[in-house]
Design a protein around this ligand. Structure first.
Ligand SMILES: [Zn+2]
Ligand SMILES: [Zn+2]
Length: 166
């Protein structure tokens, strides 16, 4: 739950305010519609049912807007093409753009232990200060994984545990 809350904080405040207004606007518009409607079916709907309809009418658009706000901010912090992803999330119907985003998004960026610049994942060396970001083979310099006994590229025996990066 706290993880979920952390993720909600990623959504820009402007989007959250817009969502609140959309919810409020749709619910009050629907309330007015219920008050002035002469539809016989609606008149016989129990009060509780009407209340559910008033609350529910804004939920789907609100969640959709929140997800688009999330895609925008999350793609930005991950160093992805956030304008493209936001447009895909908005214009591909049935939320397929949003689902694709969650499947294809890049891992979160991490700060370099040497210079604290925020970097995309997958780099072996920091492009700013040259600090090694992954354990590397002392002989050939290719990246190796923690726990490997030998370098898969040149066969050199690796010190155990494999050399740490920091
Ligand atoms: Zn660095
Ligand atoms: Zn090697």
């Amino acid at each position: 739950m706290s993880r979920f809350r952390e993720e909600l904080k990623v959504i820009p405040r402007a989007v959250r305010i817009i969502v609140a207004f959309v919810l409020l606007g749709l619910s009050s518009a629907f309330t007015l519609f219920l008050i002035f409607s002469h539809d016989p079916e609606l008149i016989h709907t129990p009060r509780f049912g009407k209340l559910l309809m008033i609350v529910g009418v804004g939920i789907v658009p609100a969640i959709w807007l929140l997800l688009i706000g999330y895609v925008y901010a999350d793609a930005k912090r991950r160093g992805m093409r956030y304008v493209m992803w936001t447009l895909l999330a908005i214009f591909i119907p049935n939320a397929i753009g949003i689902i694709l985003y969650f499947i294809l998004r890049d891992p979160l960026m991490k700060p370099c232990p040497g210079c604290a610049q925020v970097l995309k994942s997958g780099y072996t060396f920091c492009p700013h200060c040259g600090t090694s970001l992954l354990p590397t083979c002392p002989h050939c310099g290719r990246s190796v994984e923690l726990g490997w006994a030998n370098c898969p590229q040149c066969g050199t025996r690796l010190p155990s545990p494999a050399p740490r990066t920091t």
